[in-house]
Ligand binder design. Structure first.
Ligand code: SAH
Length: 229
């Protein structure tokens, strides 16, 4: 069973760095061009999220199970969302769906202040303990991210890393002026990546490629009465 288990010390060898650089080159070939994003993915030790025996998988461009029926996102997906989010250093970001914490690490490497919400209590506990061991310190929140995080709003950027049936109104409301929300919206099998930009009370939506994320749960997610499967 592939598992991401906390390790007391994260070894980052020459070999790991080499594999990571190869992954970065692959992402570049696949169309990721933002140098800050590529450099951030080049810094996060993705192998630390995997068991030793699974090292060879850590730097493949694939999603991977992390227990609790959840996955660590595919590096391309993480790079794509990070690029579309147009992150600048110092921005306050809300990430919905902490999962393994890998995406949160990438946002921290981009210089952001990161609030990350997870709905699943076990994943929340595991990641909250594990990320600081690697030196990554987002603010961890347990709760329903489909409602955003009103107490810490507004956010410069909001990133949803689970597939949503609709764009939750709360998330739009919690965007700062010129704020950007990146969210995959669609059915349970397939979602279109949307980027929504706020200017005053006007919201502009851009559409990108299709992806397949695990479902966003909660009030404005799949168990809140939305049925567009
Ligand atoms: N960003 C993660 C991948 C996320 S997978 C990474 O880098 O590894 C999607 C995650 O969203 C899962 O952990 C799931 O439990 C969580 N999730 C689903 N619905 C949620 C909700 N309403 N609020 C917060 N988290 C949610």
């Amino acid at each position: 069973m592939p598992f991401f288990t906390p390790k007391p010390m994260i070894e980052d060898t020459y070999r790991h760095r080499g594999l990571r650089q190869k992954l970065v080159e692959k992402l570049r070939q696949k169309g990721i061009s933002n140098e800050a994003v590529l450099s951030a993915l080049g810094k996060v030790p993705r192998h630390a999220f995997f068991d030793g025996a699974l090292l060879s998988h850590a730097y493949e461009d694939k999603a991977f199970p992390i227990g609790e029926g959840q996955t660590i996102s595919q590096p391309y997906t993480v790079a794509f969302q990070s690029e579309k989010l147009m992150v600048a250093s110092g921005q306050r970001i809300l990430e919905i769906g902490t999962g393994s914490g890998y995406q949160a690490c990438v946002l921290l490497e981009l210089g952001a202040v990161v609030y990350t919400i997870e709905y699943n209590e076990k994943l929340f506990e595991r990641t909250r303990n594990f990320l600081p061991e690697m030196g990554y310190h987002p603010f961890f929140v347990l709760g329903d991210g489909s409602k955003g995080l009103r107490s810490k709003a507004p956010f410069d950027r909001i990133l949803v890393t689970a597939g949503a049936p609709v764009v939750p109104t709360e998330l739009k409301d919690q965007l700062a002026e010129n704020g950007v929300l990146v969210i995959p919206v669609g059915t349970l099998d397939k979602q279109k990546m949307l980027r929504i930009t706020r200017k005053g009370s006007t919201f502009t939506t851009e559409e990108f490629d299709n992806f397949a994320f695990v479902p966003l749960l909660g009030k404005d997610g799949w168990n809140g009465g939305n049925k567009n499967s």
